[in-house]
Design a protein around this ligand. Sequence first.
Ligand SMILES: Cc1ncc(COP(=O)(O)O)c(C=O)c1O
Length: 377
Amino acid sequence: MELFDVYPLYDVTPVSAKDVYIYDEKGIEYLDLYGGHAVISIGHSHPHYIDQISNQLKNIGFYSNAIQNPLQQKLASALGEHSCLHDYQLFLCNSGAEAIENALKLSSFHTGRKKVLAFHKAFHGRTSAAVAVTDNSAINAPLNSQHEVTFLPFNDLEALENELKSADYCAVIFEAIQGVGGLDEPNEEFLIGMNKLCNQYNTCLIADEVQSGFSRSGTFFAYQKYPITPHIVTMAKGMGNGFPVGGILIHPEIKASYGLLGTTFGGNHLACAAALAVLDVLKKEQLQEKTKILEGFFRARAAEVPKIKRIKGRGLMLGLEFDFEIASLRKKLINEYHIFTGGSSNKKLIRILPPLTIQEKHFDLFFNALGSAIKTL
Ligand SMILES: Cc1ncc(COP(=O)(O)O)c(C=O)c1O
């Protein structure tokens, strides 16, 4: 049997990883400034993470959601503490798209409506409603067109109000820092206004923190830089440091009832152990605080590179926009300098999404390599 060939692959075969490094089958060491697409939060193969998951597996790895699983409540309490959203409720699932799907469905149940408002360049995943609110027609199949979605630009409160006043919308979904879209951010005035309009027109505000959440941006969730209160917050990626786990945090005004949402694997014992280990390490190693210092260092080094037009993003969710398309530069960085970076829908932008355990010396390595790579393009 062959694999269904949907991924254009780099010719690298990782066989092991430690902290910010990946090793291939020939023993070549790669610096990971991509984090497997913003997934690696506490570093590859963190000893506490390995211990917690292995110990859990020795006891019980999985049972369905029909039984008591105290690890879920432990995770809910830990998430409340880290995010300060103590009165929100937690529903667990397995991936980012599933978190989005559940957030949209819950908004629809809660409001009795079905239209969704999303933003230009948004990416929210590949499943039915998630891909319909993603601004990319190439990955939407005819089946997905059943969803009623309106896309608007960021920062246009008038256009937003014109739509919301129809009282047809169950949700407005946004990324406080767009990931796949290329690190654009809505401004503070717009976010505050959007929050007010959602409350005024009884529409749920969904903050998609699948990529920007779990301390990557300098606050626990990226939207928390601003005084806004979403009804639902989605999370995944960094939550499990590679273990597939996702979830939504739900405002207390949205009430649960038996059977409203459900999943077989979501919130299983191993997933909870993984997410709890991530939260332990984020706290113990003060990784969120460190992202701000590292961002400052990164920006200062980037400012020395003349070909960089703009530095985008926050914390360790950063982008370097060049005055040329960067596909061959990224290839060169991997093949010749052994450094992984990320791309985005903006072809001139390199995305930097490293493990949060990265240090200044690693950024030095990167900028030295970048300087040489640019000279020989
Ligand atoms: C902001 C955002 N939302 C949702 C998703 C979908 O997550 P997953 O790939 O885990 O389904 C992604 C994935 O890149 C994302 O960046």
